[in-house]
Write a protein that binds this ligand. Structure first.
Ligand SMILES: Nc1nc2c(ncn2[C@@H]2O[C@H](COP(=O)(O)OP(=O)(O)OP(=O)(O)O)[C@@H](O)[C@H]2O)c(=O)[nH]1
Ligand SMILES: [Mg+2]
Ligand SMILES: [Zn+2]
Length: 357
């Protein structure tokens, strides 16, 4: 496939210059499974591995290639894997906090144009969680759209109620209700996919992300697992991969996320809660926390009923989490640097000692 059909445009072209060297090629990462990669370019799909140098020089795991990344590869003799030497800058990204106590981010996918946030109508519909995913896509500069899946399992009234609830929360992203079982909504979904653009599906485990891709591909290309009769799923998709549909659009499947901790930074939170941000421009203090300050325009809007209490509470909760996380990361970097300096002085001391006669 031509690079342009895989989404390579002027933005990447400009940034690829330093990577263009004799014997090297540009390719897109289409699958990641621990240390094994698949990359794709004009030559087709190739297996690839990381160059040792890349593995040992990156600052953090976030800088290693993830699905959707554009990479610079060296082609080895036929039969051998391509060797990945560098990762091009990312235009957009999807990342989250690493599960557990760590403050590091984990890359989920890169260079995505549109993310479909999938929620199952029956068990999975949840506005606070939707907000978290929106923070995550806003943070990564990705356009969000909402898919309400498994609509065969709820009544029309219930579906309308959920769509109203999304709108009443000030979320303006497009909503696509669909059912993989009956096929309702699939045509509308397919019609919004454009060739050469990259889409990804995110959302809880078992909401039907992989089934949707299989329906679009007309087969069982990706593995899903059947669930209990109640419609609750079990975690299935383990690897991240990008598939190219017949129409030329690219779709990335991701494993459902179990831990929904913080999904973004303060900036992503503000972008998600635009109506709060709009008011905050009028607060008396520039660093207003919108919790108790005099002259706070957000609190005034709340009193006037222009801002809903629910929305305000979600905003505060996510912003506090984001601030805590942003701060922890700064603190961690400071400690890492201090530790680096410590290691350097110890090394110097040791050297000094060896050099002494
Ligand atoms: N009733 C109903 N069941 C569905 C629908 N779509 C998917 N399922 C079932 O839901 C289960 C989970 O589907 P998957 O596609 O594996 O879900 P997933 O979102 O990929 O899950 P993870 O890979 O774990 O993140 C499967 O048994 C599907 O058959 C639907 O529209 N209606
Ligand atoms: Mg899946
Ligand atoms: Zn304020």
């Amino acid at each position: 496939m031509e690079l342009a059909s895989l989404g390579f445009d002027g933005w990447f072209e400009e940034r690829a210059a330093p990577f263009r060297q004799e014997g090297y090629a540009i390719a897109r990462v289409t699958a990641v499974d621990r240390d094994a990669f698949l990359v794709r370019n004009q030559l087709g799909e190739l297996q690839a591995e990381l160059a040792g140098r890349l593995r040992f020089t990156v600052q953090s795991a976030v800088d290693l290639p993830c699905v959707g990344d554009w990479v610079c590869v060296r082609l080895t003799p036929p039969g051998g894997p391509a060797i990945i030497h560098g990762v091009l800058p990312r235009k957009t990204f999807l990342r989250r906090k690493r599960p557990g106590k760590s403050v590091d981010f984990q890359m989920i996918a890169a260079n995505i144009d549109v993310a479909f946030i999938v929620q199952g109508c029956q068990y999975d519909f949840n506005l606070p969680r939707l907000d978290r995913y929106l923070v995550m896509t806003n943070d990564g500069r990705i356009e969000p759209r909402i898919v309400l899946s498994k609509m065969d399992l709820v009544s029309g009234d219930e579906l309308r109620r959920q769509m109203d609830e999304i709108r009443n929360n000030g979320i303006s992203a497009g909503i696509l209700p669909l059912s993989n079982s009956t096929g309702i909504g699939l045509r509308a979904f397919r019609e919004c996919l454009e060739p050469g653009r990259t889409y990804c599906l995110i959302g809880s485990s078992g909401v039907g992300k992989t089934t949707l891709i299989n329906r679009l591909m007309g087969g069982e290309a990706l593995e899903t697992r059947s669930v209990s009769g109640t419609g609750e799923g079990t975690h299935t998709t383990a690897r991240r991969q990008l598939v190219v549909l017949d129409g030329g659009a690219m779709l990335i499947d991701t494993p459902g996320m179990r831990e929904l901790g913080l999904l973004g930074t303060g900036k992503g939170v503000d972008a998600t809660f635009g109506e709060v941000g709009g008011h905050s421009a009028l607060c008396r203090f520039a660093d207003c926390t919108h919790t108790r300050e005099p002259g706070c325009a957000v609190l005034a809007a709340l009193d006037a009923g222009e801002l809903s209490e629910d929305r305000y509470q979600s905003y505060l909760k996510l912003r506090q989490e984001a601030e805590y996380h942003d701060m922890s990361r700064v603190e961690k970097r400071r400690k890492d640097r201090a530790f680096g300096r410590y290691v350097k002085t110890v090394k110097k001391d040791l050297k000094g000692r060896h050099n002494r006669p």
